[in-house]
Design a protein around this ligand. Structure first.
Ligand code: OXD
Ligand code: MN
Length: 580
């Protein structure tokens, strides 16, 4: 399947020569090809077949035990000027980075096949979508890209029509953590990744292209590439709204994207549909609204904690056509992870007999599955024009201070809310409870340029779009003095979404406070929820002293990014302080 795009043809030839690949294979994205690759991966032991009665076409892959997560300390943004990468990124000069990577890639595909994966991020016919080509020596990566992107013939045809594409070069190398780098060249729209087969490092369409490179490109072209889920909400009157929401990791993005509303809501006719669970590309439409697509075609989700109780929609997808990475296995060959159910697995994620010590599945074990398998997947996810976003929601894990939901006064205030998103570390993760780490727009690991410029870009949308979404902050994670969660979360988050949508449609008022608009208790639907009104009052209260301290810390944080931080963000901080 060679190509009429000369740049692509020359690049593949050049890489094949430099890496000394045995052969070159162009992926066409067909079902026959899918089956051929699965068989190949079974034959060479990369895949293990799971129980085909309970889990047809499901495979287990156990990775190298040192290659199980994204490696932020080895991830670089390589812009000509160091200042353009910003204090939020590791930087390396492009020439140095290329020399280093050229050395690593030299001869690395000897005895291996070089796979060419043309892919499209977003619906093939959407003007918001962008294409890329990943070259990899990993058939496991090919099979994951097949589920996560629109790959093969259709993508190549679009590349040939349009000309441009993001170049991504990947090799698993020796999987040596000391010879592992993920380099991004946003000025050239290219990526080089060596030494890891893990999703975020190796499936280059996802974090590398759709967030780091795309965020840079989006700034130049006037759109936004964000670490956000997108969900649809239909009310009993049949009115459809869309919400995009950004949360740092371990705050339940996939669960919120696939939320099943409480019974009473379902009876009344409310419906939630899923557009995406991780990435959102948005741009102003002719009507002045922000229109969004999910550039991905699949879910690369964390398995542990996924259950019938926490996310029945996610669990339902995982019985067919799924790749499991680093989960445990039951006696009868079914995938298993902590939190799934009370069975005891037979083998752990290293393939050893499970002896009860430590987790059986790796805490970052994953499922890769086509979005079309999700029961709540919306057909609007395939719409070329995208969906119009009514509300943007930012959230973090805050045991105290931050109310259940707050509405920004205006767009600039909303940008401040996003820029100062924070999440508290948990004892389990670090031993230090309640340490607030800021993760602006949940993009700390993913923004391909200086955060100061990024916030300026966000602010500029008040001139680019006339009907911007309303912006909110939510916090599902408040705890009482005994350390118990005060809000039930999961499906009951629907109650907060209902208020958010009602605000977008001006159907309820909000109570103005120094930190933004808060719901009146009477306007939150608490039917069938045995919740004390005092608790809700606490969840909606503004702790003045605490917020003064918060604003001081926010100010310090913003200052740490130097003089590229827009002054209007500091003005927003002052406004909040004055009102306090
Ligand atoms: C992440 C992911 O690390 O989505 O954010 O995998
Ligand atoms: Mn993510």
């Amino acid at each position: 399947m060679p190509t009429t795009n000369q740049v692509l043809a020359d690049w593949v030839k050049e890489v094949a020569a430099h890496t000394e690949a045995d052969q070159v294979y162009w992926c066409d994205g067909s079902e026959a090809e899918n089956q051929k690759f699965n068989q190949m991966l079974l034959d060479d032991g990369t895949f293990k077949q799971l129980n085909q009665e309970t889990h047809p076409d499901c495979y287990l892959h156990l990775s190298d035990t040192e290659d199980v997560a994204r490696v932020e300390h080895l991830t670089f943004i390589c812009t000509e000027q160091e200042a353009d990468a910003g204090p939020n990124n590791h930087w390396m000069a492009p020439a140095d980075a290329k020399a280093k990577m050229d050395d690593l890639f030299k001869g690395c595909m000897k005895g291996r096949t070089l796979y060419v994966i043309p892919y499209c991020m977003g619906p093939i016919d959407s003007p918001i979508s962008r294409c890329g080509v990943e070259i990899t020596d990993s058939a496991y990566v090919v099979q994951n890209m097949r589920l996560m992107t629109r790959m093969g013939k259709g993508a190549l045809a679009r590349i040939e029509r349009e000309g441009g594409f993001v170049k991504g070069l990947h090799s698993t190398g020796e999987l040596d953590p000391n010879r592992r780098f993920i380099m991004h060249f946003p000025e050239e729209l290219s990526i080089m990744s060596y030494g890891s087969g893990y999703g975020g490092n190796a499936l280059l369409g996802k974090k590398c292209h759709a967030l780091r490179i795309a965020s840079y490109q989006a700034r130049q072209e006037g759109w936004l590439a964000e670490h956000m889920l997108i969900l649809g909400i239909k009310n009993p009157q049949g009115e459809q709204s869309y919400v995009a929401a950004a949360f740092p990791s371990a705050c339940g993005k996939t669960n919120l994207a696939m939320l099943i509303p409480p019974e009473g809501y379902v009876k009344d006719g409310w419906e939630i549909s899923t557009i995406g669970d991780d990435i959102c590309w948005m741009r102003p439409g002719e009507d002045g609204r922000l229109w969004a697509i999910n550039p991905e075609a699949g879910f690369f989700g964390v398995a542990p904690g996924t259950s019938e109780g926490t996310n029945p929609n996610a669990l339902a997808m995982l019985y067919k056509n799924t790749i499991f990475t680093n989960v445990a296995e039951t006696e009868d060959g079914q995938p298993w992870w902590e939190g799934l159910d009370d069975r005891t697995p037979k083998t752990d994620w290293k393939g050893n007999p499970f002896d009860g010590s430590g987790p059986a599945a790796h805490p970052n074990s994953r499922f890769t599955v086509s979005a079309s398998r999700c029961p709540s997947y919306s057909e609007q996810a395939e719409a070329a024009q995208g969906v119009p976003i009514d509300a943007i929601v930012f959230g973090g894990r805050r045991a105290s201070l931050v109310p259940l939901v707050t509405e920004a006064r205006d767009w600039a205030h909303g940008v401040l809310m996003g820029a100062t998103v924070a999440s508290e570390t948990t004892a389990a993760a670090t031993g230090e409870v309640g340490i607030v780490r800021r993760d602006p727009m949940a993009m700390k690991p993913f923004c391909g340029y200086h955060f100061g410029d990024y916030w300026g870009h966000w602010l500029s949308f008040s001139d680019k779009a006339t009907q911007l979404p309303k912006v909110f902050t939510v916090n599902w994670f408040r705890k009482d003095e005994q350390g118990n969660f005060m809000w039930p979360g999961f499906g009951d988050n629907m109650r907060v979404l209902e208020w958010i949508i009602a605000r977008c449609k001006n159907k309820v008022s909000s109570s103005e406070s120094a930190i933004g608009g808060l719901p009146e208790v009477k306007d939150l639907n608490l039917n069938d929820l045995s919740m004390d009104e005092d608790i809700l009052n606490d969840l909606l209260a503004v702790d003045r002293k605490g917020w003064h301290a918060e604003m001081d810390s926010v100010s310090e944080y913003l200052k740490s990014f130097g003089d590229r931080v827009p002054s209007s963000l500091f003005e927003q901080v002052e406004t909040v302080k004055d009102k306090l």
